[in-house]
Design a binder for this molecule. Structure first.
Ligand code: ADP
Ligand code: ZN
Length: 783
């Protein structure tokens, strides 16, 4: 959507002759464009001449309206640099800037530097990065309207002199009106001035005619889009334990010295990391500075948010479900410097805090910090850069750090990773124990045919006992829907989505077969769509199938299911969590959205229905993901005096990731996983770039991917052995939404050289119209 512009007339392609006078005082604006304008392929900025009447107003970080291309169509661009005309500047034919679209800078110099870095590092046009950094609501001025306001000219003589220079003595009433307007911190509208000066419109109009009062158009926030205010309670901070004190003092040291440093805070679940963040931020706020706290979207629960709101006077929460107008208002509040702490998901790393003093990333290992559309940035890396530019500390917190973060904190820093300082909190607060974890071997259970359902003996027994003890229970099954596969025993195939290379999931409530990838749905088939066999089978367990099983096993317990299907609609999460907190719900079952961040002391049992759901994916991080998920969900219990236990059902009881998670032993996990990554040449021991080519025409997609790979292999940097190239090969999800997908993997120990190589090869490639491709630097999604 195009924002409403100050001026609707198209910009002239050339400067009018009367403006071409003193060129030496002129300035040049470097302008970049949104990807939609340039097709995303124009990486550099264009020069525009700043006309006389704009020289004083233009700043970097504002948007401009400029003529573009042969047709001189008016386009919105971002001014990212302003340079003097220069004595030797030969190009007088530069097109002029037509008008400015923002009254205030949208980005300061540091944010522009960050933008440039992201574009450079993630191999994408600056314009595209700017679109990601500036919320759509800010770009469209959502929630504002153009208003005519009154102001008094700055020169004091205006008091005595009318516009034509003749002297005029003003009446006391007129002087009072002028005083009122001048003392107001903001320009006032006609009505506002009448109210403030207690007068009618007539004397104001006279002052306007006499030239004492001027009018201008400006954007004002519409009233009513109010952001929820902060909570009121303010509990006294805890007495920190020895571990917390030690860790905090290291961080405060860096804050005091205004030193950039990355801290990796490795603290087991329930070790009190959040309390450390809060007290570190208090140090920052004491110094009149501000902080950003990034959490995964799933953790943006009232519980996490409430902990910050109860301890700071002004917290801005950036949820993904804010309206454009709300987001714009938040953004303006933050930019005005009134906010102490911003809590939000990935994109909150771009919050325009003017006095940033600290950045915290909680659950640093979470995949949701990586954006899966262009620009494919990772908030952790952007945070590192922003903290470096600002010269401030960054805290990465996790009970299960990503191997990338971990490897950058040790002595054996791998793959040219930026270094960080490791801080450990190996114990839970208040001497609470980590819960014991029991592993149930599903192979044995299936062989003995002990149950037909998803809950096996040991877990059933444990749920029964926990309910008797009035404890609460969390059950994790990371698959939504009813049956996870619809299988034809005659042709041996799982029924797939006609548009994707993905099996359909049966959703019982609606009796449909649904593609979790593209949302395609069809009536649940009674016969095989391929061979017409009628004995089709519905197999595998999803949360929808688990729910009735639990209810029939434990008819007296209150059960609540949390997954994307049951949590539709605004406030559904909040309601669910408050029902669980109050004890009204005894058994909470759901997908990974229940696995993280919850801190409820009465949870005495956690059950993992199937630990293997992610273990066999064709992804080198499959074991790491499995370890994270089990460790995180296990951490939800044992947070009260009565302790807790965890039961993990698995078909792979000997898998290293599961064994390590059962012992809450991160070190054991990394000691097995890192050497494996090293020997196979995977991150963190190298930098990786993934290229995905797609087309509705399979042969063309393959052909272009092959050409891409050939060019890469033939590039000069390849000859120097800078990288290894894998592929092209069909991507693990070989078809998605009717597009055939091929991918190329590049790995190198020298990330910079690899990026430069991909940059130069891809810029020189001509892309046929039926082909699309993306470059993913440091990919997280390997499917
Ligand atoms: P983590 O973020 O490491 O999982 P939390 O910060 O959620 O841990 O802390 C777990 C629980 O312990 C929370 O309820 C928190 O309020 C409480 N807590 C934190 N620090 C202390 C402390 N020093 N003394 C007592 N309780 C604490
Ligand atoms: Zn599909």
């Amino acid at each position: 959507m195009q924002p409403k512009l100050f001026s609707e007339e198209p910009p002239p392609p050339q400067l009018p002759p009367w403006e071409i006078d003193d060129l030496k005082n002129r300035k040049i604006a470097k302008v970049v464009f949104p990807a939609a304008v340039t097709g995303g392929r124009m990486p550099t900025a264009l020069d525009y001449l700043v006309p006389n009447h704009l020289v004083a107003q233009i700043e970097t970080g504002v948007r401009v309206l400029v003529p573009l291309g042969k047709g001189n169509r008016p386009q919105i661009g971002y001014c990212i640099d302003i340079q003097p005309w220069g004595i030797a500047q030969p190009n007088v034919k530069l097109k002029p800037v037509h008008s400015l679209l923002d009254e205030r800078r949208l980005l300061d110099d540091k944010m522009i530097e960050l933008t440039r870095w992201i574009a450079h590092y993630y191999l994408c046009p600056i314009g595209q990065v700017l679109e990601a950094i500036l919320p759509a609501g800010v770009r469209s001025h959502a929630g504002t309207r153009l208003t005519t306001v009154l102001y008094v000219a700055d020169n004091e003589d205006g008091r005595r002199q009318t516009a034509d220079g003749s002297r005029k003595i003003l009446t006391p009433k007129q002087l009072h009106i002028l005083d009122t307007l001048q003392k107001s911190p903001e320009p006032l509208t006609m009505q506002e001035l009448q109210r403030a000066a207690k007068c009618s419109a007539a004397p104001i109009n006279t002052l306007k005619q006499l030239g004492f009062v001027h009018t201008k158009t400006m954007r004002r926030q519409r009233a009513g889009d109010c952001v929820p205010g902060p909570a009121t309670q303010s509990p006294a901070p805890y007495q920190l334990n020895a571990d917390q004190r030690r860790v905090l003092s290291e961080i405060v040291d860096a804050i005091q010295q205004r030193r950039h440093e990355t801290f990796l805070l490795h603290g087991v679940t329930g070790s009190g990391k959040t309390e450390v963040y809060i007290q570190a931020i208090q140090e920052v706020v004491k110094r009149k500075k501000q902080a950003i706290v990034l959490v995964p979207e799933i953790s943006l629960t009232p519980q996490t948010v409430g902990r910050f709101q109860s301890r700071f006077a002004s917290v801005a929460v950036l949820h993904s479900h804010l309206t454009d107008a709300e987001r714009h208002r938040q953004w303006s509040n933050i930019a005005s410097g009134d906010v102490q702490v911003v809590v939000g998901a990935r994109s909150a790393i771009f919050a325009p805090l003017p006095r940033l003093g600290l950045i915290v990333i909680d659950e640093e290992h979470e995949n949701s910090f990586k954006q899966n559309s262009t620009p494919r940035y990772h908030a952790r890396e952007v945070a590192r850069k922003r903290a470096e530019i600002e010269g401030i500390p960054l805290i990465l917190g996790s009970a299960t750090p990503s191997l990338e973060a971990w490897a950058s904190s040790g002595d054996t820093v791998a793959g040219s990773l930026p270094p960080s300082v490791l801080l450990s909190m190996p114990h839970r607060v208040k001497n609470l124990q980590l819960p014991s974890v029991e592993i149930v071997d599903l192979r044995e259970e299936v062989r003995l045919r002990t149950t037909r359902g998803a809950i096996h003996r040991q877990l059933h027994q444990a749920i029964h006992e926990t309910l008797l003890a009035k404890g609460q229970i969390i059950l994790l099954l990371n698959h939504r829907g009813f049956s996870t596969q619809i299988h034809c025993p005659a042709c041996g195939e799982a029924i797939k989505c006609p548009h994707c290379d993905v099996s359909l999931t049966h959703h019982k409530a609606e009796e449909i077969a649904l593609c979790h990838h593209c949302e395609y749905q069809m009536p649940a088939p009674r016969e095989c769509p391929k061979c017409r066999f009628v004995g089709i089978r519905y197999i595998g367990f999803g949360t929808q199938k688990l729910e009735p099983e639990i209810k029939s096993r434990f008819p007296n317990a209150t059960v609540l299911r949390m997954d994307t299907d049951s949590m539709q609609g605004h406030g559904a999460h909040e309601r669910a969590f408050s029902q669980f907190r109050s004890g009204e719900v005894q058994i909470l079952l759901g997908t990974q959205m229940i696995a993280k961040g919850l801190d409820f002391p009465n949870v005495m049992l956690v059950g993992v229905i199937n630990a293997d759901t992610a273990l066999h994916l064709p992804d080198f991080r499959a074991a790491e993901r499995t370890f994270h998920l089990i460790t995180q969900v296990a951490g939800r219990t044992g947070r009260g005096e009565r302790g807790g236990r965890v039961i993990v059902q698995t078909f792979c009881p000997d898998h290293a990731a599961i064994l390590a998670a059962a012992k809450h032993d991160y070190n054991q996990f990394v000691q097995q996983e890192l050497p494996m990554r090293k020997s196979l040449g995977y991150p963190p021991y190298c930098r990786m770039i993934r290229i995905v080519v797609r087309s509705e025409n399979e042969a063309k997609a393959r052909e272009f991917a092959e050409l891409f790979a050939e060019r890469l292999a033939a590039a000069p940097c390849a000859a120097q052995g800078a990288f290894t190239l894998l592929g092209p090969a069909p991507a693990p999800i070989a078809k998605s939404r009717d597009y055939y997908r091929f991918h190329i993997q590049l790995r190198s120990e020298q990330g910079d050289a690899l990026r430069e190589c991909v940059r130069s090869v891809s810029l020189a490639l001509k892309t046929p119209p039926e082909i699309q491709w993306i470059v993913d630097v440091d990919p997280v999604d390997m499917l």
